[in-house]
Write a protein that binds this ligand. Structure first.
Ligand code: 7JW
Ligand code: MG
Length: 215
């Protein structure tokens, strides 16, 4: 059967990037996104903001909700030391399969623990099954209507500690208003909005919310 868009992106990466070179993989995905087919990766513009947050935080334990094709997992993992523990969770089996190959092509399969499951099932297992004590950083980029459910699950499962940095994509487009309202008003976070551009768009506005848990 014909290839999916995600498989076309993977093929473009395999034919145009250098194996074991994460920056060339990111550049290829971004070139494809700008010039050929839009896709819902974080992209280069918002990606540069996430890079800055990851460098500032230098997390030893990191969690990503929503792997998609693996683009932001590669963005994050390329900045982490060998000793860091980084888990990324994807529910869709086909996207997870593309991500596994993209991460392997980038040579980062030893830096990334890829989990194919529902985040609601994984979060309560992180301490017991994945040997996590608390998380230094979280990147939320899956379905907007489960952002609030999942950050509350992180809280109730005692996975956040004073200073844990939670970054969320798509605050404007498609929008996560309940999430923004929650982190900005519940009193548990110091939250700031970082305006940017929607992925592979010169016109549409989007942005990342950065919320530091007060402990
Ligand atoms: O960055 C994103 C953008 C969109 C999206 C799709 C279609 C539109 F028209 C607008 C926005 C969906 C997303 N789902 C999960 C994670 N990230 C997403
Ligand atoms: Mg997104």
């Amino acid at each position: 059967s014909a290839m999916s868009k995600e498989q076309r992106v993977l093929q473009y990466v395999q034919q145009n990037a250098s194996r074991g070179d994460p920056d060339s993989v990111l550049a290829a995905v971004d070139k494809f996104g700008w010039e050929t087919e839009w896709a819902m990766n974080l992209g280069d513009v918002k990606g540069a903001i996430l890079d800055r947050f990851v460098k500032e935080t230098a997390p030893q334990t990191m969690l990503e909700l929503g792997t998609y094709m693996g683009y932001s997992a590669i963005r994050i993992a390329r900045l982490l030391p060998e000793t860091a523990k980084f888990m990324t969770v994807e529910f869709d089996q086909e996207n997870a399969a593309v991500a596994r190959e993209m991460i392997e092509f980038a040579g980062l399969q030893n830096r990334i623990i890829q989990i194919t499951s529902d985040t609601a099932d994984v979060i309560p297992q992180l301490k017991t099954k994945y040997d996590v004590e608390t998380l230094d950083m979280v990147f939320i980029d899956h379905w907007k209507d489960v952002y609030v459910r999942d950050i509350k699950l992180l809280e109730t499962n005692k996975l956040l500690r004073k200073g844990t940095v939670v970054v969320a994509d798509n605050i404007i487009k498609p929008g996560a208003p309940e999430y923004a309202e929650y982190v900005r008003t519940c009193g548990k976070y110091d939250s700031t909005f970082h305006e940017s551009r929607f992925e592979y768009s010169n016109d549409d506005i989007d942005g990342l919310e950065k919320s530091v848990f007060r402990g």
